[in-house]
Design a protein around this ligand. Structure first.
Ligand SMILES: [Fe+2]
Ligand SMILES: [Fe+2]
Length: 190
């Protein structure tokens, strides 16, 4: 079979993509905790951006489909409660100086919560969902999530981004709305 990089992109499925994002989220938490100064700020901003795209995609694609599984309502309600808690903690962290000692304590709690949440998603949702989507949906949603991530504000290299320090809150909200719109479009067409 002939494949090009472009083909490889369009054949990726959304469950694989979301699972790979769990890995990137884990790595970004490590980066935030093991760096300091502007490097930490940059890693944190990227983490916030990825979490916004990722959780929005799950809320629009994964959780609605998981509700149809046997026992799905209970599983999804638990995951949504975890996501709500994580978002609250994230917005507290968002207003904090990344060098504040309370920041490290809170980010560590958020890390444990988010990674536990991700494991539960993989076990109770991802592993059971692949058969529920058509191949076209798996591809189409992957493309939508990728496109949504590509429209999120890019983060400059550490050391060059102090001017953008205050840009996080506004674009975050706009980005989540945009991600939601793109994914809903793909979902309603699929
Ligand atoms: Fe999630
Ligand atoms: Fe997730």
């Amino acid at each position: 079979m002939r494949t090009t990089p472009a083909d490889a992109r369009t054949t990726e499925d959304v469950i694989d993509l979301l699972r790979a994002q769990h890995g990137r989220i884990r790595d970004l938490f490590d980066q935030v905790m093991n760096t300091e100064g502007e490097e930490r700020t940059a890693a944190f901003r990227e983490l916030v951006r990825l979490l916004a795209v990722h959780e929005t995609a799950e809320e629009e694609i994964v959780h609605p489909m998981a509700r149809r599984l046997p026992g799905g309502d209970g599983i999804v309600d638990d995951r949504l409660a975890e996501e709500r808690e994580a978002k609250e903690l994230l917005s507290e962290l968002d207003g904090m100086d990344t060098e504040d000692p309370r920041f490290l304590k809170s980010i560590d709690k958020l890390r444990v919560d988010v990674l536990t949440h991700a494991r539960a998603e993989e076990r109770y949702e991802f592993d059971r969902l692949k058969d529920q989507f058509s191949p076209a949906q798996l591809k189409g949603f992957a493309a939508a999530v990728r496109a949504a991530e590509a429209t999120a504000p890019t983060h400059p290299h550490p050391g060059t981004e102090s001017a953008t320090k205050n840009m996080l809150a506004g674009p975050m909200v706009a980005m989540v709305d945009r991600v939601r719109d793109m994914i809903r479009d793909a979902r309603d067409k699929g």
